[in-house]
Design a protein around this ligand. Structure first.
Ligand code: ATP
Ligand code: MG
Length: 223
């Protein structure tokens, strides 16, 4: 963790359709109300910088004929993250902002290190190189069974024509992702909060709020 920062860094993790975007939007609204003078920075990965948005386009919407081997995928995510940390996250934290990120390096640990079965040690090394010590203060893992996430995605995709590359993986991939996240949350239990994502959006928001209160971040107003 970077000691000179006065900001707060919160990340949201979990498989496709677990409700990350929904909950970030809700928490951002609440924090904006309760901390009107505090800068709030909302980011998504990959993306958040010109370079990162290019990487996002490449990784999520590349023509299916474009081959991306798992090692290249890992490095593309890492490149986007390295840029985001230095161009946006670190300066914002030094200004004292609340930074919320939809996915961060835990996604790489799980998707590339577990589900894609790359060497976890090498993934960890590249992850740390990319973030340069910028680790979240709190990470919310929205946990649900793989099949339930798939069901939500199906409903959401019925309203959209864009399907991304990761959403086309077989069921066992998502089961590995779920288990990978749960194992990681146990290992990094100080900053992880696991929340049952099957609950209603209101209930999930409530649990997030309760957990944030427990973290007792003195500069964050929640009431
Ligand atoms: N607690 C909930 N209960 C039921 N449906 C939900 C809940 N939270 C979100 N949804 C719905 O599930 C779908 C997926 O939610 P959302 O887009 O927030 O997930 P996500 O984790 O951001 O997905 P992705 O990883 O693809 O970005 C949306 O249609 C959303 O309205
Ligand atoms: Mg989302």
């Amino acid at each position: 963790m970077v000691s000179s920062r006065s900001g707060i860094f919160i990340t949201f993790e979990g498989s496709e359709g677990c409700g990350k975007s929904t909950q970030i939007t809700r928490l951002a609204e609440l924090l904006r109300q309760k901390n009107p003078d505090r800068e709030l920075v909302i980011l998504r990965e990959p993306g958040g910088t010109a370079l990162g948005e290019g990487v996002r386009q490449l990784l999520q919407h590349a023509d299916p004929s474009v081959s991306i081997v798992p090692e290249a995928e890992l490095l593309l995510f890492a490149a986007s993250r390295a840029q985001l940390v230095r161009e946006v996250i670190q300066p914002a934290l030094h200004r004292g902002a609340i930074v919320m990120c939809d996915r961060f390096f835990d996604s790489t640990t799980v998707y590339q290190g577990v589900a894609r079965a790359l060497d976890p040690k090498q993934v960890e090394m590249i992850n740390h190189f990319a973030v340069g010590g910028v680790v979240p203060d709190v990470t919310f893992l929205l946990d649900m069974e793989a099949a339930q996430g798939r069901e939500r995605m199906k409903q959401r995709n019925a309203q959209s024509v864009v399907v991304d590359r990761m959403e086309q993986e077989p069921e066992f991939f998502y089961e590995a992702v779920r288990q990978g996240y749960l194992d990681l949350a146990k290992k990094e239990s100080k900053r992880f909060v696991v929340i049952n994502a099957v609950l209603s959006p209101d209930e999930v928001s409530q649990k997030i709020l309760e957990a944030l209160q427990h973290f007792n971040i003195s500069t964050l107003q929640l009431h």
